[in-house]
Design a protein around this ligand. Structure first.
Ligand SMILES: N[C@@H](CCC(=O)N[C@@H](CS)C(=O)NCC(=O)O)C(=O)O
Length: 296
């Protein structure tokens, strides 16, 4: 029997009925709210062997943390090895859901992403977040930790990868050093910069540092595309994306080397294919020129 559209999709986002999405933290429960951090391993020692067809990534076009993972997949040509689908771009208290906008859940037919967590841990009350990696074999959520997901995809699927190494061992220390200041100032700080002077100062200081660093380099470390570039770029493309940000933050083009770097990366097919600007930026806020490659 074929399923009708109404059984494949959640009802429309309805904050008036369901309320806003929030997380309740039970003070008596010591477990972290992000509690799925299973690791994928080439030799299977973690219980989750890296293999084709076994895993499914629930992603969200709007989400920078999820895009880091879809970017890793695209850069390594692993789109057919780990399947991907996208939750709807809006949510109510039920959390992320599958709707017509971005299609159904092709693996489990769940209507809500919450159902994947509930199937893994009955009564689950933590974050229902993207990215979420699902294992078809054990029928459970493996991980919703974007850092280790990205690293495992970059390092454990070498047998199927068609791309260059984005997390080479000799650059890992430098990648971590960059993360220590780019993470708080840009990747986690940019959204506060419109209303918090300290966050704004930290953001613009980090942009200035990067602009100097990129004066004679096309990548952040090692002269090659790495995890460090992925982590930063997903934040740059979302920077100043809302019309109400325009008079509070300078355009990226005020930092010519950083702006050229961002546009250069956007020329790569993997960056284009994993970016849907309409899900995180207002048309009025779009900085002209993103599609124009910088002069060599
Ligand atoms: N901190 C998360 C980042 C992912 C994240 O915050 N995703 C957002 C969308 S951009 C989300 O789904 N939030 C729902 C939640 O965290 O409850 C992680 O460790 O993976």
């Amino acid at each position: 029997m074929s399923r009708t559209a109404s059984t494949l999709y959640a009802s429309p986002t309805d904050v008036a009925t369901y309320g806003e999405y929030t997380i309740r933290q039970d003070p008596a429960d010591p477990r972290p709210l992000y509690r799925f951090a299973g690791r994928l391993t080439a030799d299977g020692s973690s219980g989750y062997r890296a293999e084709p067809g076994r895993y499914h990534l629930y992603s969200g076009w709007f989400c920078p943390w999820a895009q880091r993972v879809t970017l890793q997949l695209a850069l390594h040509g692993l789109d057919d090895v780990i399947s991907v689908s996208y939750v709807d771009n809006s949510r109510d208290a039920r959390g992320w859901a599958f709707r017509e906008t971005n299609g159904p859940d092709p693996v489990n037919g769940f209507l809500l992403l919450r159902d994947a967590y509930e199937a893994t841990e009955p009564g689950f009350d933590g974050h229902v977040s993207v990215p979420t990696l699902w294992d078809r074999e054990t029928r459970r959520v493996v991980s919703n930790d974007f850092v280790t997901l990205g690293i495992d995809i970059a390092t454990q699927f070498g047998a199927w990868s068609t791309g260059a190494d984005t997390y080479p061992e000799h650059l890992r220390v430098e990648i971590a050093e960059l993360d220590a200041w780019i993470g708080p100032a840009i990747n986690r700080g940019a959204h506060r910069a419109t209303r918090d002077d300290a966050a704004r100062a930290a953001l613009l200081d980090a942009f200035a540092r990067l602009d100097t660093r990129l004066a004679d380099a096309h990548h952040l470390v090692g002269g090659q595309l790495t995890e460090a570039d992925l982590r930063l770029w997903v934040s740059l493309v979302r920077y100043r994306g809302r019309a109400h940000d325009l008079d509070r933050l300078p355009p990226l083009s005020d930092y010519p080397n950083l702006w050229a770097y961002a546009r250069r990366l956007y020329q790569l097919p993997a960056f284009q294919a994993t970016t849907d600007v309409r899900t995180f930026a207002d048309a009025a806020a779009l900085l002209p020129g993103w599609n124009t490659p910088p002069a060599a």
